[in-house]
Design a protein around this ligand. Structure first.
Ligand SMILES: C[S@@+](CC[C@H](N)C(=O)[O-])C[C@H]1O[C@@H](n2cnc3c(N)ncnc32)[C@H](O)[C@@H]1O
Length: 263
């Protein structure tokens, strides 16, 4: 059955694609994204900073010897996808991409049609059901190898409501990983926003197909419970092992970013 892309409903993955300068978005997505940008032009800077963090973190994990990745909340493929970064370090690196959004799946499958199916898989799954994620054959195959895994949760946990227990979800996933595995994540925050403005971003997403829950540094830090945080700890995305000199505004980019090591 053809996928219903619902072009009339603003969609977080397509809004994010628009912030990054991509072309896989519709007028409803652009209109909602422009509303968010009017509230805070920092959103685009934050999206770009988050994407750059993804590249540095995946490279860091691959350089540390990680050859298998579970990337949940993949987004519409754009420059510097996980498998491209990882396979530059280890040509045999394996990546399982999971997203709950049919449009992401359509785009991802088109992008990946050139890669060998054994090295890169795309699976439709919902982060709110981590047990089902752990049961998918593609994820099982990585875990059954017994080798450490890089679990990637970039810019996705803020789409999980408190009532869906995001910390419990991360614990379930991390518990299933072999020792030596890593958790890399980024998360939108309102920590740098004036209280009067903090609710405006989530308000725009209220009409979208997923809601936004900003979290404080302390709340995001709890995702790393039981893990050893790699230097420099939980920082704003541009300050995580930057490959160019930091700018004064980097300390207030609205994404917390970190990498943890499972002992
Ligand atoms: C902002 S994009 C992030 C893309 C990429 N990870 C990055 O950081 O560049 C968020 C993605 O999370 C996905 N997402 C949102 N809620 C989800 C859920 N409950 N389960 C799986 N994916 C979800 C969206 O479909 C979207 O593709």
């Amino acid at each position: 059955m053809p996928t219903d892309l619902r072009p009339d409903v603003p969609h977080p993955a397509r809004m994010y694609d628009y912030y990054l300068g991509g072309k896989d978005n519709f007028p409803a997505d652009r209109a909602a994204a422009e509303k968010v940008l009017a509230l805070s032009p920092l959103v685009r800077i934050s999206a770009l900073a988050n994407r750059a963090f993804l590249g540095r973190a995946v490279h860091h994990l691959a350089a540390a010897g990680i050859r298998q990745f579970i990337d949940i909340g993949t987004g519409i493929p754009t420059a510097g996808n996980t498998h491209e970064v990882a396979q530059r370090v280890h040509p045999d690196a394996r990546v399982v991409y999971l997203d709950n959004d049919p449009i992401v799946l359509v785009h991802s499958r088109a992008l990946l049609s050139g890669t060998t199916p054994e090295s890169t898989a795309v699976v439709q799954a919902d982060l709110r059901d981590p047990a089902a994620i752990l049961r998918t054959p593609e994820v099982r195959a990585l875990l059954d190898s017994g080798r450490p895994v890089g679990l990637l949760l970039f810019a996705v946990l803020h789409f999980i409501d408190d009532q869906d227990d995001p910390h419990g979800i991360v614990r379930t996933l991390v518990d299933a990983l072999p020792a030596g595995s890593r958790l890399a994540l980024s998360h939108a925050t309102g920590d740098f926003t004036a209280p009067a403005d903090a609710a405006k971003g989530p308000a725009v997403y209220r009409n979208a197909s997923a809601q936004l829950t900003m979290r404080s540094r302390e709340q995001v830090l709890r995702f790393f419970d039981g893990l050893e945080l790699a230097e420099p700890g939980l920082v704003t995305a541009p300050l995580w092992r930057p490959d160019q000199p930091a700018q004064p505004t980097d300390a207030e980019v609205a994404f917390w970013a970190g990498v943890g090591h499972k002992p």
